[in-house]
Design a binder for this molecule. Structure first.
Ligand code: SF4
Length: 286
């Protein structure tokens, strides 16, 4: 095992095949996420996997890094896909904004008991009860006041995009990646640790997802070992998104809202949960 670890680290140092996530791949072998991605992406869609792999090598070479924002294409939404594929990605399904469960408040920080929905869950009690047609009511718990999951989720609803609180890599693959590859593409804006950028970019590109990452400023996983612990719900720090990161998310949401308007897609008034994802709907009965 130690020999394999050393070999994967050496691959990363040399950028073997233009990829720098060999150590992560080594850690992931045998895990359900790796099996699922191999089966649903590589085996079911080998040509797309090959195309996505080539796009990924370009992404790693050219990755733009402006104030913690990493785009599939530095030029903006869709530029890496070509005009036809970008149009398809924009039209096939609602864009999705995803944030990490690790952004939720921690109990031990004296935030009034932490997230009332639980931390390692896809749920947010505030978003469950949100209705933009009504005046704001009381927050479900004192901890919600300083919670950016609430702020970003609310703005996602106003922009008419779906919202997901990410927990495990397996659920991200099931909720965001595989539906996109089966539908012909998609758009995603994800708040993640810097270490996740190169891990997640490969499957996102394979799935034809037009993506943008905004990275946290603090409380990040520092290495693959801590990343894998967080993937099981063991994350003792709270991920922090700085003011610039939030401004970047707001700017991207504005772009997506304008696109939705051009396509005649109505913004939602409430969220309905479909599986792990919050989908904007016009009325409670939708
Ligand atoms: S706003 Fe934050 S703390 Fe409140 S329920 Fe939602 S995720 Fe939990």
């Amino acid at each position: 095992m130690r020999l394999c670890e050393g070999l994967f680290q050496e691959f990363d140092r040399r950028g073997f095949l233009g990829v720098r996530i060999w150590e992560f791949i080594g850690y992931s072998l045998g895990r359900p996420y790796a099996h699922y991605v191999a089966r649903e992406l590589a085996l079911r869609h080998p040509l797309r996997f090959a195309r996505g792999f080539l796009a990924y090598r370009r992404f790693v070479r050219e990755k733009s890094a402006g104030a913690g924002v990493f785009r599939a294409a530095p030029e903006g939404w869709g530029a890496h896909l070509g005009p036809r594929a970008a149009k398809a990605a924009a039209e096939v399904s609602r864009p999705i904004v995803a944030v990490g469960y690790c952004q939720k408040p921690l109990e031990r920080n004296g935030n009034g008991g932490g997230c009332p929905a639980g931390r390692f869950t896809h749920a947010c009690l505030y978003l469950d009860g949100l209705d933009l047609a009504r005046p704001d009511g009381d927050l479900p718990a004192p901890a919600c006041k300083g919670c950016l999951v609430r702020v970003i989720g609310r703005e996602a609803l106003k922009a008419g995009v779906s919202f997901n609180i990410m927990t495990t890599a397996l659920d991200v693959a099931r909720d965001i990646m595989v539906p996109a590859i089966n539908n012909g593409g998609g758009r995603a804006l994800l708040a993640v640790c810097p270490i996740t950028v190169e891990i997640a970019a490969l499957p996102l590109l394979v799935c034809g997802i037009d993506f943008s990452f905004v990275t946290y400023n603090g409380g990040n996983c520092q290495d693959y070992a801590s990343w894998l612990l967080a993937d099981r719900g063991h994350k003792l720090e709270r991920a922090i998104l700085g003011g610039q990161g939030l401004a970047n998310i707001r700017a991207a949401l504005q772009d997506l809202a304008q696109d939705a308007q051009k396509q005649g897609r109505a913004p939602g008034l409430r969220f309905a949960r479909r599986g792990n994802t919050y989908i904007p709907v016009a009325s409670p009965t939708c």
